[in-house]
Design a protein around this ligand. Structure first.
Ligand code: SF4
Length: 393
């Protein structure tokens, strides 16, 4: 689980293409012929087209139920019933940022009363504290201050790895890399695929004209993959985007994955509208509702089938109940004690993984669960903010 605020997922077990089971078959049969045909294609392992994706992207009522059932069937065939989590801590080293994304409630100007920047010592102290409490990963991201030293990212990475060599450092979004990272030296374990939002420059201009263009995001991510550095992939939904934007975004990620194989997972991120300029000025919907969360997760599972195996559900943003529903719409997710209990409540098996999906422990019997001190770790004020951390904006 996130000692701060992050999300998890499931390990992958190779299995044959699933066949339609009773409930997904029944649900599909009740759909209009066009949808039925698409769902049959999905379940038999075919790669869906943009037009087929677009049809599913507007699914409602019983059609949505059928999509969810099929997505859940695909999930079971690909990753089985385990729901995994990585024990990590998010360290957002500064909230000072000049970029000014309109959907962001996290970034501050350098003179703001609540602006902060952590020293390297403090970042290392938090990382060490996490390690001592069982974390295997720190997710390190922040705002973009104008006066950042050219070697800041590299030095921050070195400081953490010097203090805790075995800690997996999942750090620096493509935006941060675009801004300053050219040489990080040894130590970077993986990169968060954040800053993707919607990979379409028309939408990006509405959300954040100062952010890197879609092509630059793709260039950085694929360069990382070519260097053997895995990344996550994300998509922010529930703001100004149209269904076609979602489908195009997911299909772009699918195409990248087919070339590089470097994505560890896909993380749909619902837009959090509170405290954002974008919403205040009437430019966006107030985030997605439960039905839309379900549709997006199921759509992603179906469109990414055969490409990206792991689909992460952001409990931080969706809350437990919707997250559990999404876990039955093709998603997987999670984290420690309380999560293990929630996972078992829907008949699935909790397991702890590494950042790159190696299973560390499977908790098949509640009586064997470790009693850790994770839940007691005090969350620093800055860590409670989910804005720029993976899985949240
Ligand atoms: S989303 Fe990131 S880059 Fe954009 S304003 Fe917020 S902190 Fe800055």
């Amino acid at each position: 689980m996130s000692l701060g605020e992050r999300l998890p997922l499931v390990g992958y077990t190779e299995m044959a293409t699933p066949t339609m089971n009773g409930s997904s078959l029944l649900a599909a049969e009740a759909c209009p012929p066009e949808v039925r045909e698409i769902l049959h294609a999905a379940i038999s392992g075919e790669e869906l087209t943009f037009q087929q994706g677009l049809t599913l992207a507007t699914a409602e009522g019983s059609t949505l139920e059928a999509l969810v059932a099929v997505a859940d069937r695909l999930r079971r065939g690909i990753v089985g019933d385990a729901i995994t989590y990585v024990v990590n801590r998010n360290i957002n080293f500064t909230n000072v940022c000049f970029v000014g994304c309109s959907f962001c409630g996290f970034g501050r100007g350098p003179g703001a009363a609540d602006a902060y920047s952590l020293s390297f010592d403090e970042v290392v102290r938090r990382a060490r504290e996490a390690w001592e409490r069982g974390a295997t990963e720190v997710c390190v991201q922040g705002g973009l201050p104008r006066d950042l030293d050219g070697f800041f990212y590299r030095n921050l990475l070195r400081a953490i790895k010097h203090a805790i060599p075995e800690m997996h450092v999942h750090a620096f979004s493509p935006m941060e890399i675009d801004y300053g990272v050219t040489k990080t030296g040894k130590g970077l374990g993986s990169i968060p695929g954040t800053a993707a939002e919607i990979l379409d420059d028309r939408v990006r201009k509405e959300l954040s004209p100062n952010k890197l263009p879609a092509a630059r995001w793709v260039e950085i991510i694929t360069a990382a993959h070519e260097l053997g550095i895995p990344t996550t992939s994300t998509m922010m939904y529930g703001h100004v985007e149209e269904p076609a934007d979602l489908v195009r975004h997911i299909l772009l990620l699918r195409a990248i994955q087919k070339r590089s194989g470097g994505f560890t997972e896909f993380v749909p991120l619902g837009f959090i509208h509170e405290n954002t300029r974008l919403y205040r000025h009437g430019g966006a919907r107030p985030g997605a509702k439960r039905e839309e969360h379900l549709r997006v997760h199921a759509l992603a599972r179906v469109l990414l089938h055969g490409a990206i195996k792991n689909l992460q559900v952001s409990w931080v943003k969706l809350g437990f109940e919707t997250s559990l529903a999404c876990l039955q719409a093709g998603g997987e997710y999670v984290s420690p004690e309380e999560f293990r209990m929630k996972i078992r409540s829907i008949g699935r098996v909790p397991a702890e993984r590494t950042t790159t999906y190696k299973i560390r422990r499977i908790f098949d019997k509640p009586e064997n669960d470790p009693q850790t001190a994770l839940a007691q770790l005090p969350m620093a004020l800055t860590e409670s903010h989910v804005t720029y951390a993976e899985g949240a904006y």
